[in-house]
Design a binder for this molecule. Sequence first.
Ligand code: 5RP
Length: 254
Amino acid sequence: TRTSFRSTISLEMGKSQDELKKEVGYKAVDDYVKSGMVVGLGTGSTAYFAVERVGQLLKSGELKDIVCIPTSVRTKEQAESLDIPLVTLDTHSNLDVSIDGADEVDPDLNLVKGGGGALLREKMVEIMSEKFIVIVDESKLTDGLGPGFPVPVEITPFCHEHTMRQVAGLASCEGCKPVLRMGSSSSNVNDGDEIAVTDNGNYIVDLHFDTPIKDARKMAEDVKNVCGVVDHGLFCDMSTVVIIAGSDGVSVKK
Ligand code: 5RP
């Protein structure tokens, strides 16, 4: 399900958003996953379809001898249900390819990720991948990161209010409104009044911006340096290939 931060768009006279997600998820697997590879499996409603496709191709025998690393408990459970062989970074540090969704993509292919709360495992897996394939529908493209979707920051529960203040006080985060993510899961559905907890036992603070972030790379560096921050959802300079599904068809940006 899509988050409360962006309403689902229905594309008139075209495909539904779910059909676009499926199209792009399947295409990424068909084009980039080959037998014998180590594959990172992303998290979210778009990555779901890529995982589904990997399962299908393994079952039909078109893919053989692959092993996969899931980026969340949710994805691990989906992969297990499809009999996809799983390994971890502990035994397989170098991946051939990872496929994952994103919440925003800017013209330099910098990303906001973590709407589903899986940003830490996603980043750990995806930075170790020779190819990082991002799959989105066209609603995720933006001229500047920030106003369309908050930037999630994973923080330790210990003195989390202090850490939130430290992050919000950074010059590179000027103008942000920090909101602690609530809900029964770490994806930002905000369906409860308990603090959401990630797969890693941490909290998430979502940084809301009214105007585009001026320097995403600087902000990424500054936020990461705050003691108490585990990681954040800015994925900058990751030599990404972005596959975009739109009402006019599929396009690729590198
Ligand atoms: C999860 C993520 C997701 O990839 C991101 O939120 C996009 O999700 P969806 O494909 O459901 O829109 O980063 O932590």
